[in-house]
Design a protein. Structure first.
Length: 387
């Protein structure tokens, strides 16, 4: 690689990001993506760390004289969406697209690795890069953790592009920033009978109607006005004919919360309401949870550090709105303090839209911010350990 000026960094990251964008791979299938990242890292002389991952990879910069370890995470997978843009580097794979901008995230992390490699001699510790697979299935973070790559990491940083924030803007928040996204399936078992003789059976439709109505009382009566939660029943299936009372009814939906305590309490109340109301009406109900990732909860101290770093780079700092979407970065934050922030990308569409795109001027901003945050974090941790 030649010298890394601001201009060549921006150009390289555009080339890299467009290559990933044109060649998207779905969760757990990121084989070529992994090889592309590996090739760029090796070209820059960056060492690849040996952790057992089928897709995705771990790299390290620094640590020449020991010191603490911090991590920067980028997710690398794409979505099963048909791209609808006229971009010259639009997806070449039918039905697959980087519609959440994980190509952008990967490029910012690579850029940070290139920038930090230049100052490797001066780094006061190790910066470990987690190029994580399968975020869209909320599985990859757990696999990275199982590989051992989070061991010894004192702080972890990650970002998501934000289409509705302009380039040059960064959204930093202490505490929760993204939701726990759980699903549920409720099965109500009754007893079928002739519709004209209801007393001979147990009607699961009437029971479901009562249960669904009673569930609406949880957010209004069991969740504090200062907290928030959403329960949505989105599908209800039962019955076969107009003159037959059904054997059973099944309904499903989603629960979104921003706090583990609220999440636990709502789930407990949910089960009590479902089983209690069902049994009051003579039916039997079971709840199956489709466990999503926990809420993304940022550490206040690292939010402060990120704010100071952003100020030093002249970025515009905003207090972002909470996102009700889920993000498996939360699994890292359950184990290691850190910060997940939103980086403005002036996008034309929101995440997961077929015409999603990012303004590439945000690439070197993300790379520089990650690199500066890593340097500041290592200095901070080293200073602490000297005390
Ligand atoms: Ni995403």
């Amino acid at each position: 690689m030649g010298t890394l000026t601001a201009e060549t960094l921006a150009e390289r990251l555009v080339t890299f990001r467009r290559h990933l964008h044109a060649n998207p791979e779905l969760s757990h299938e990121e084989f070529e993506t992994t090889e592309t990242i590996r090739g760029w890292l090796l070209d820059a002389g960056i060492r690849i760390a040996n952790y057992p991952l089928k897709t995705g990879l771990i790299a390290e910069v620094g640590g020449l004289r020991g010191g603490p370890i911090i991590a920067i995470r980028a997710d690398i997978d794409a979505l099963p969406i048909q791209e609808e843009t006229d971009l010259p580097f639009a997806s070449r794979v039918p039905g697959k697209m980087h519609a959440c901008g994980h190509d952008f995230h990967t490029a910012t992390a690579l850029g940070a690795a290139l920038l930090l490699k230049k100052q490797e001699q001066e780094l006061e510790g190790t910066v470990r890069f987690l190029f994580q697979p399968a975020e869209e299935k909320a599985k990859g973070a757990s696999q990275v953790i199982a590989s051992g790559a989070l061991e010894g990491v004192r702080a972890i940083f990650g970002l998501h592009n934000k289409p509705n924030l302009p380039v040059g803007t960064i959204g930093i928040k202490a505490g929760p920033i993204m939701a726990a996204a759980d699903g549920f399936i409720v099965e109500v078992e009754g007893r079928g009978t002739h519709a004209a003789v209801p007393e001979a059976g147990l009607d699961p439709i009437v029971a479901s109607a009562h249960i669904i109505t009673a569930l609406q009382s949880i957010v209004s009566r069991n969740v504090s006005a200062l907290d928030s939660a959403v329960i949505s029943v989105t599908r209800l299936n039962s019955g076969t004919a107009w003159n037959v009372i059904a054997e059973k009814a099944v309904f499903d939906g989603t629960l979104r919360t921003f706090d583990e305590k609220v999440r636990g309490k709502v789930r407990e109340r949910f089960e009590q309401v479902v089983t209690g109301v069902a049994s009051a009406l003579g039916t039997k109900a079971t709840v199956e949870w489709l466990e999503g990732p926990p809420p993304v909860v940022n550490d206040p101290k690292w939010a402060e550090q990120a704010t100071r770093t952003a100020e030093s780079l002249g970025l515009t700092i905003v207090d972002p709105a909470l996102s009700p979407a889920g993000e498996d970065f939360s699994f890292y934050l359950q184990r290691t303090p850190g910060i997940f922030f939103f980086l403005g990308t002036s996008g034309p569409q929101e995440w997961h839209h077929p015409a999603f795109d990012v303004d590439e001027r945000a690439l070197p901003i993300g790379a520089s911010f990650f690199a500066a945050l890593a340097v500041d974090a290592l200095a901070h941790l080293t200073g602490q350990s000297l005390k």
